[in-house]
Design a protein around this ligand. Structure first.
Ligand code: SAM
Length: 321
């Protein structure tokens, strides 16, 4: 393994945090669960499969957009950048920037899914031996600090938040996240964000409810995780995956629908479900270019550039912090 790969800063949420969030979410009306807990090792593996699905246009569209525009983006960023990626996952998209950038100094991948993060960081360290890589396992909605640059002093720090993961936040949460990221990255920094665009529900719904059932397995895996880690009694046969377009909120919602009246235990807590009642597990907000630019301005950024694919499916924004 390359020496440029630094020791993991491990701020993985504890089992107690997971339990508290699950008990609070299942006690609410309506019932909810935070989507960040999708990503155990199996959830990350399933998400990587989702990225390959024919219905899931965001990944291939953003990858092509980044590939087409990487030289332009790299030109705007300049030399010796330190890149901080929020929700870095398999670390595929960052490679396009790293290949285009002039002597990138450091890469800080931040992800809640520890094993997946370490595998991706090790792969990158092999392929980019001159790059300082400082992985952080953390919930990026909670405070954490960036490591001091090891030896190469970066000229600019750039946040990278691809995958339209920002759509998992409500607009108010997205503003809060962007404002905190701006303070974390520091003065003179920039942010590159992938944002899925508003489009017909006939394209959106299948992207979150594929024919092969991979997204259903991804959604249901949250219940598997609760059963395993929190002593839960969810019967997977008694819940089904559903993707809904909520036009008023401009978002796809993922739900787990109870097939019948039933009671589920999580540890010693008991939760009653009516037939048809749902657990709301994820939001994916969709924006127009102008809506997202306005949100970024409210979070304290100056929009610098935005790129979209020819079909107008997806956008990548560069924001000055
Ligand atoms: C939708 S996937 C996107 C992955 C990758 N960036 C891409 O564009 O394909 C979301 C990623 O963010 C991570 N993630 C989700 N919520 C998180 C949180 N609150 N804190 C840190 N990482 C999180 C997941 O583990 C996953 O790798």
């Amino acid at each position: 393994m390359s020496t440029a790969l630094q020791r993991l800063q491990d701020l993985e949420p504890s089992t107690q945090e997971f339990r508290d969030a699950v008990l609070a979410g299942l006690s609410g009306i309506p019932k909810t669960l935070p989507c960040k807990f999708f990503y155990d090792a199996e959830g990350s593996r399933l998400f990587d499969q989702i990225c390959e699905l024919p219905e899931y246009y965001p990944t291939r569209t953003e990858l092509k957009l980044l590939a087409d525009k990487s030289a332009e983006i790299a030109g705007l960023i300049g030399r010796r950048a330190r890149l901080v990626e929020f929700g870095s996952g398999a670390g595929v998209k960052i490679r396009l920037l790293l290949n285009a950038l002039d002597r990138p100094a450091a890469y800080v991948p931040v992800d809640i899914s520890r094993d997946h993060l370490m595998m991706a960081a090790a792969d990158l360290a092999r392929d980019f031996p001159a790059l300082q890589i400082a992985p952080i396992c953390a919930d990026y909605t909670k405070p954490f600090a960036l490591p001091a640059p090891a030896s190469l002093h970066p000229e600019i720090t750039v946040g990278f938040f691809p995958g339209s993961t920002i759509g998992n936040f409500t607009p108010a949460e997205a503003r809060g996240f962007l404002a905190r990221a701006r303070r974390l990255l520091g003065p003179g920094s920039a942010m590159v964000v992938g944002v899925d665009l508003r489009k017909d529900a006939a394209i959106l719904v299948p992207a979150y409810d594929d024919a092969a059932g991979v997204t259903a397995a991804f959604n249901l895996n949250l219940l598997v995780r609760i059963n395993r880690e929190l002593d839960g009694t969810f019967d997977l046969e008694q819940f089904t995956h559903e993707a809904r377009w909520n036009d008023a909120e401009g978002r796809i919602e993922m739900h787990l629908v109870s097939r019948r009246d039933q009671e589920v235990r999580v540890g010693s807590a008991r939760f009653a479900f009516r037939a048809g009642e749902t657990i709301h597990t994820e939001n994916s907000h969709k924006y127009t270019l102008d809506q997202f630019r306005a949100l970024a301005v409210e979070a304290g950024y100056r929009p610098r550039a935005a790129w979209t694919d020819a079909a107008g499916l997806f956008s990548v924004h560069m924001l000055d912090a």
